[in-house]
Design a protein around this ligand. Structure first.
Ligand code: 13P
Ligand code: SF4
Length: 307
């Protein structure tokens, strides 16, 4: 019965999506049922590129607020819908524009490198954005000697410092979901699966680095697992990604480092919400034009530098 209801929902979504000329984008951490009906599932960078390139006039963004805002900033003439308004990102809310302006005033001339997990106001105060897929590359390209302020994820920042040797001033933000993953738990998993390749997201505490084979974005983890000849992988990030990994690699085994690593905000959007969003065209992402014009500059610089 549940399946029949779900099939009806999926049919209705497909019909309405066509009528509205909409595209459905989903992040790799979204519920399995949402990932399965999306036109494209990916990481923050891949989703922002898709959003910028799509011909569709309506984007239903199944992710969190900063991702839907980034899509709107890149395509202000398109209608961007976030099906559930409460789908925020606590890390993004750990930095605000006024405090960033204060920090900039204390470090005149510094390059402000901002993780896309940030508000539009904070992006508007920044020189360049990064995602977990390109942060290391972009930071390495900043001229040596230039002071760098890295906002808002201190873990991603510290992981980049450890890998590039660049000095950066780190904003004290963090992801509460990745913070739940503890070294002791990962060590236990490694003992259970000694042959497994350990793939971690760089939002994790940098202290896990000695236990990790590769730090990658969620899209990077999917690509690595697809290409690798290994059969077992310990996945050190939010567990929503396991659905896609298992679906794309039926012959391989994926072990979560911690089943506690669940982002509650990435689980808010259900199929019913996607349907309601398309029916009522809600909730439209709206931002002041002047703010979008300023926030677009560091995002575009990032997209240019990621090519
Ligand atoms: P990715 O860009 O790697 O998908 O990460 C986004 C995110 O919010 C991780 O917590
Ligand atoms: Fe934000 Fe962490 Fe959730 Fe990603 S996993 S959306 S950084 S709270």
């Amino acid at each position: 019965m549940a399946d029949m209801d779900q099939n009806k929902l999926i049919e209705k979504i497909a019909r309405l999506k066509q009528e509205r000329r909409a595209v459905i984008l989903a992040h790799n951490y979204e519920l399995a049922e949402v990932q399965d009906i999306a036109d494209f599932t990916g990481d923050s960078l891949e989703l922002s590129i898709r959003a910028a390139e799509t011909e569709a006039g309506v984007i239903v963004f199944c992710g969190v607020t900063f991702m839907a805002e980034t899509a709107k900033i890149l395509s202000p003439s398109k209608t961007v819908l976030l099906p559930v308004l409460a789908a925020g990102c606590p890390m993004a809310d750990m930095a605000n524009a006024a405090e960033l302006r204060d920090l900039k005033a204390r470090h005149p001339g510094a390059e402000v490198v901002t993780y896309v997990n940030s508000t539009a106001e904070v992006k508007a105060e920044s020189d360049i954005c990064v995602t977990s897929a390109n942060a290391e590359k972009i930071v390495s390209r900043i001229p040596v000697g230039k002071e760098i302020l890295f906002v808002p994820d201190r873990n991603l920042g510290q992981n980049i410092i450890n890998r590039t040797g660049r000095r950066m001033i780190l904003w004290p933000g963090f992801c509460p979901t990745h913070r739940r993953i503890e070294n002791a738990e990962l060590e236990r998993r490694k003992r259970e699966f000694p042959n497994a390749v350990v793939l971690a997201h760089p939002e994790c505490n940098p202290e896990i680095a000695p236990l990790v084979d590769e730090f990658l974005s969620t899209g990077g983890i999917c690509a690595y697992a697809r290409k690798s000849l290994a059969k077992e992988f310990i996945i050190v990030t939010e567990i929503g990604i396991l659905h896609r990994l298992q679906k794309e690699n039926p012959g391989k085994v994926f072990i979560p480092a911690s089943v506690q690593a669940v982002c509650p905000f990435m689980k808010l959007i259900r199929l019913e919400d996607v349907l309601r969003s398309l029916e009522n065209m809600e909730y439209k992402v709206e931002l002041p034009r002047e703010l979008m014009d300023r926030a677009r500059i560091p995002i575009r610089r990032m997209l240019e530098m990621s090519k």
